[in-house]
Design a binder for this molecule. Structure first.
Ligand SMILES: C[S@@+](CC[C@H](N)C(=O)[O-])C[C@H]1O[C@@H](n2cnc3c(N)ncnc32)[C@H](O)[C@@H]1O
Length: 278
């Protein structure tokens, strides 16, 4: 099983359902392709660790990240703009206390840069890093460090400024993931990593975790079937999804992973050809 400590942490987000653990599989997948893809697309980008890995490790020439959530979009837009240093400086100089965090997240953001800062602050100081509205401020945090337990200003600022190194390769668009697949599916030189929000029946985690958690999975599969290049899709290991995948003649495999509570689980991978999985 993957040791996440060996994967470079490049994203400023602490993301529910983050796919850092999948990075070694992603590398293997890219190396199995007949040639280096021109375009890599992540239609449900979230914390964006896979897009960043593809850009930094030059696994594709260009990267397109798409995300619907306005707050998350603001972070990527700011990081990839000339406001990158301002965001990093603001994180470095913000003094975290329960009062200062509360005051900051109660403010109405004035612009994209403001919303980006607020989003990172919420992501790093609210319970479980949850980004959906209504999450409470961390009381005890990890190791009793309270609200500061996940606030590492130097590390976060460094990750943000480091992204400038690959900024020319990355395009971010706020929009709908399924529409993006529809638009780019016929490009032979495009490959997609698809990690959609998923709420299993009777399991409400997805609803709590993201502001946008409803998705037409049948339509998503339909659009994936039109992809001329390649794709890799990942889901919770639910039999209904494996059946849906088989109905569309996709291949499925399960791989072991450890969730954030260090419980070993299996995750479902779906694609055209998964023979590269050991
Ligand atoms: C499972 S998460 C992706 C996590 C990401 N792979 C990572 O490692 O951080 C799914 C993301 O899709 C976003 N999302 C939900 N509906 C969407 C849609 N229709 N189009 C684009 N993004 C959407 C959610 O806001 C969430 O950030």
């Amino acid at each position: 099983m993957v040791n996440v400590a060996q994967v470079p942490q490049r994203s400023p987000f602490r993301y529910p359902g983050g796919k850092t653990w999948l990075v070694p599989h992603i590398r293997r997948w890219f190396h199995s392709l007949p040639k280096k893809p021109f375009l890599f697309i992540e239609p449900f980008a979230g914390g964006g660790i896979i897009s960043l890995t593809v850009a930094f490790e030059a696994l594709a020439d260009r990267v397109l990240m798409v995300e619907l959530d306005r707050s998350i979009a603001a972070v990527w837009q700011t990081i990839l703009s000339d406001d990158n240093d301002d965001l990093a400086d603001r994180i470095r100089s913000f003094h975290v206390t329960r009062e200062s965090v509360q005051a900051e997240i109660d403010k109405t953001p004035q612009d994209t840069k403001d919303l980006a800062f607020q989003t990172i602050l919420r992501n790093r100081t609210l319970h479980g890093g949850i980004l959906a509205p209504g999450s409470g401020i961390l009381k005890y945090g990890e190791n009793g460090k309270g609200i500061k337990s996940r606030w590492y200003p130097e590390t976060l600022s460094h990750r943000i400024q480091n992204i400038k190194l690959v900024r020319d390769k990355i395009i971010f668009a706020r929009g709908d993931g399924i529409d993006t697949i529809k638009q780019y599916a016929i490009r032979k030189s495009a490959v997609f990593f698809i990690d959609p929000p998923y709420t299993a029946a009777g399991k409400r985690a997805g609803t709590r975790l993201y502001t946008h958690s409803e998705l037409d999975h049948e339509e998503l599969f339909k659009q994936c079937a039109r992809i001329k290049g390649d794709f890799l899709m990942t889901y919770d290991n639910a039999s209904v999804l494996a059946s849906m995948a088989h109905r569309h003649r996709f291949k499925t495999r399960t791989v072991r992973m450890q969730n954030t509570h260090h419980v070993t689980m299996r995750e479902l991978l779906i694609g055209k050809d998964l023979t590269w999985i050991p």
